[in-house]
Design a protein around this ligand. Structure first.
Ligand SMILES: [Zn+2]
Ligand SMILES: [Zn+2]
Length: 329
């Protein structure tokens, strides 16, 4: 069963989940082996190959979007969170949830090529599942992410998105919360609201300026063609997106992904959502935190320097990346 471990050298939690890969052969370099549709557990007709369904959006194939538990969860449904300490080490039960959202019955079309109405259904399901896991009251954070392609960490080709709920606040969320809170304390306004204004004024990193969302290549991009999707109106929680905002977000997400695929082809990527945590005490968070989404094409490898220093070497300026992406539709 999974557990969380914390060590004094890095002061960060790590999830140890041995069920996800037990044998050394599981870690050997493998050539990509795309699953055929007839043996794909996410294809219609193969529903019996997944663990029991959590939710579905009805559709002509029986379903349009389907949510199932991850067969090899990184965190599990323990009855309660137990914390332990031994010498310099801390541990916690690997309490959490790990869900897979199957984006559509279509085995080969990712969000960039699905009809917009289907992307909207997927976004609705993101909101429904994030809302349900938030209100479970057992987790500190709920992380939504997508792994696309082998190089993006996807083990199944059929397009899907994942959610992992964690019993501790992950370091990345902690860092972003601290930065936003510090900025608000110093300047009396939300960091991302200010960023939206400044990036629009500068213009050179803006890829797409929609009515509700801004797509840009961040000033300090770590990777070529890294993108940020920022809501133009202030909101600390993704789950509060409603009606027209959902449609606009579906359009912005699809737009960003299709710009990447029309410029670069079917490249591996990850996207990750950054939204307010569900646990902890964050006074005034609705004023100073602003949710956002990051898209990271996986075109370069993290190498020795990055691992050693935590600093990234980006071989492409974000201004040049934005210029290329502006013309790619
Ligand atoms: Zn499939
Ligand atoms: Zn804001």
């Amino acid at each position: 069963m999974p557990e969380l471990r914390w060590g004094p050298l890095r002061r960060r939690w790590v999830i140890v989940a041995p069920e996800r890969g037990k044998r050394p052969s599981d870690f050997r370099a493998q050539s990509p082996s795309p699953t055929a549709a007839d043996e794909c557990p996410f294809c219609p007709g193969n529903e019996h190959l997944t663990p029991p369904e959590i939710a579905r959006t009805p559709g002509p194939a029986g379903w349009a979007v389907r949510v199932v538990p991850n067969k090899f969860p990184a965190l599990a449904d323990y009855p309660e969170l137990e914390l332990g300490k031994k010498g310099p080490f801390r541990r916690a039960t690997g309490l959490g949830a790990h869900e897979v959202i199957i984006d559509s019955p279509d085995h080969s079309r990712d969000l960039d090529r699905l009809p917009l109405e289907q992307v909207e259904r997927v976004v609705d399901m993101y909101i429904a599942r994030l809302g349900a896991l938030r209100s479970a009251g057992r987790f500190q954070y709920v992380q939504l992410f997508k792994n696309h392609g082998k190089g993006g960490g996807a083990s199944l080709a059929h397009p899907h998105t994942q959610i992992i709920a964690t019993p501790v606040l992950p370091p990345e969320a902690q860092g972003r919360l601290s930065a936003a809170r510090r900025h608000f304390a110093a300047h009396g306004r939300c960091l991302i609201c200010q960023l939206v204004e400044e990036e629009l004024a500068a213009g050179e990193r803006v890829v797409e300026e929609g009515g509700h969302f801004l797509i840009l290549s961040p000033y300090d991009a770590r990777f070529p063609f890294e993108l940020l999707v920022l809501p133009r109106a202030h909101s600390h929680r993704f789950v509060e997106l409603s009606g027209e905002g959902r449609t606009s977000f579906a359009r912005a997400l699809q737009g960003a992904l299709s710009r990447l695929s029309s410029l670069l082809g079917d490249v591996p990527y990850n996207f990750v959502l950054h939204t307010a945590p569900c646990g902890g005490d964050w006074p005034g968070i609705e004023d100073w935190y602003h949710w956002h989404l990051e898209i990271i094409p996986r075109l370069t490898q993290l190498a020795g320097f990055e691992w050693g220093t935590g600093m990234f070497i980006n071989p492409m300026s974000p201004e040049a990346a934005a210029e290329h992406l502006r013309t790619a539709v």
